[in-house]
Design a protein around this ligand. Structure first.
Ligand code: PMP
Length: 456
């Protein structure tokens, strides 16, 4: 059996190396090591091609919120494939699934977000945002309001506009980004960039960079500010409590649209349907994807608040849309996903039970000699690996401490992700207390092994 597994794995690895270019991958390094092959998922667990069971501490890419193998979602997709596998939303047409989903989302969204524009992914949401925001201002007779302000180390996707809005330097370096009229301010990352400073003051200072940037550019040129409520791919960066209220104040004062990217935070991750509720944001636009279908089908949506919706509706044709905008199978799966979340009170459970339980257990890792800080909210969390706990001195960057920890974790049967030397988790929202114990136990073992590797 093991030999058979090995043969099938080697064959796939060879084919993969010969034909497949992977996303976000150094191909040569991958070929030397051999691709990891995931074959099956059930609940919070994955199985690889060697038959190893792995707890998926990242819910795929922050998306498999209901876990693997949910019959309700599978049946919804199958039913819809038979009924109407495809139709578009162009040319004065809709299908029941897109319309029902838009109406359902409108009941879940914060503030006055009553209109939805569907896309196929988070990146497409952010491309849509750039076009929508600029079109909106043009409809208001203000076409010069074009500039969108984002943050360094933000992640908003991999399309041109998504990567430009994002603040990932290595992405900008490949291909002449960012695009014109997209600019960045510093992120509210207290552990990484505010050591020794009062957290409240640091949060205010980072938010006030927005005001400085607006004044530098001229408020009449600025269209919008965009941010993830909690930065995900940047390292689960939870801003100081002073940050978002100040950003809100500045957006209002200068009449700048507020766009929140909830591609990770949306659909219960923080113990709220949307993190905008937690931070009391009343955004003008809100991007969602990933958890909208628990990752079972590709789908994204931009929610539009009353003011921008009125501008768009009254502004003539908006020349924008995708073949797979609101794909009927994806919408059917999203409706089933939301129905299960509601029937099983998943958001409530994360808020009152599993979220606090995970955060308590995760905080206990803060006593480990390698850990300089733990942080989290709901079912997303991070810890910072440090060479010295007292001074919070980091490891030399060439050491790759995060990657060492990630490899130990995987070998122990836990997917944990490394962002530099920040270890992050974002497990399926259906995870039980017993599975949380297993996750945190394995994370602790991975830290112990990392300690042995790095300190000996
Ligand atoms: N925005 C955020 C906040 C994300 O985390 C991601 C993906 N990790 C995206 C946008 C891009 O989404 P997609 O990969 O579906 O294009």
């Amino acid at each position: 059996m093991a030999e058979q597994h090995g043969r099938s794995r080697s064959r796939l690895q060879a084919l993969d190396a010969a034909h497949h270019l992977h996303p976000f991958t150094d191909s040569q390094a991958l070929h030397q090591k051999g691709t990891r092959i995931i074959e099956k998922g059930e609940g919070v667990y994955l199985w690889d091609a060697d038959g190893n069971r792995i707890l998926d501490g990242m819910a795929g890419l922050w998306c498999v919120n209901l876990g693997y193998g949910r019959e309700e979602l599978i049946r919804a997709a199958e039913r819809q494939l038979r009924q109407l596998p495809y139709y578009n939303l162009f040319f004065q047409t809709t299908h029941p699934q897109a319309t029902e989903l838009a109406a359902t989302l409108a009941t879940l969204l914060p503030g006055d977000m009553q209109h939805l524009f569907f896309t196929g992914s988070g990146s497409e949401c952010n491309d849509t945002v750039v076009r929508m925001v600029r079109h909106y201002w043009a409809t208001q007779g203000r076409p010069e309001r074009k500039v969108i302000i984002s943050r360094h180390n933000a992640y908003h996707g991999s399309t041109l506009a998504g990567a430009a809005l994002g603040g990932m330097k290595p992405m900008h370096a490949q291909g002449g980004l960012p695009l014109p009229d997209i600019v960045h301010i510093d992120q509210p990352y207290h552990f990484g960039e505010g050591q020794g400073r009062d957290e409240h003051e640091f949060g205010l200072e980072r938010a006030r960079q927005l005001e400085r940037k607006i004044l530098e550019l001229g408020p009449e040129r600025v269209a919008a500010f965009i941010g993830e409520p909690i930065q995900g791919a940047g390292g689960v960066i939870i801003p100081p409590a002073s940050y978002w209220p100040e950003i809100k104040r500045i957006c209002r004062q200068y009449d700048i649209l507020l766009v929140v990217d909830e591609v990770i935070c949306g659909f219960g991750r923080t113990g709220h349907w949307f993190a905008s509720e937690y931070y009391d944001l009343q955004p003008d636009l809100l991007c969602m994807a990933k958890g909208i279908t628990s990752g079972y089908m590709p789908l994204g949506a931009v929610a539009v608040g009353g003011r921008v919706a009125a501008g768009l509706i009254g502004g003539g044709e908006f020349f924008h849309g995708f073949t797979y905008s609101g794909h009927p199978v994806a919408c059917a799966v999203a409706l089933a996903n939301i129905a299960v979340m509601q029937a099983e009170n998943i958001v409530e459970r994360v808020h009152t039970d599993t979220g606090p339980y995970l955060q308590r257990a995760w905080a206990s890792l803060g006593e480990h000699p390698l850990v300089g800080e733990t942080r989290g909210l709901g079912l997303v969390a991070a810890l910072e690996l440090v060479a010295d706990r007292q001074s919070k001195r980091r490891f030399a960057s060439g050491l790759g401490a995060g990657l060492v920890c990630r490899e130990h974790s995987f070998d122990l049967g836990l997917v944990m992700r490394a962002v530099g030397d920040t270890m992050i988790i974002s497990p399926p929202l259906v995870i039980t207390r017993a599975e949380i114990d297993e996750l945190v136990g394995k994370a602790r073992q991975a830290l112990d092994l990392t300690y042995q590797t790095l300190m000996n």
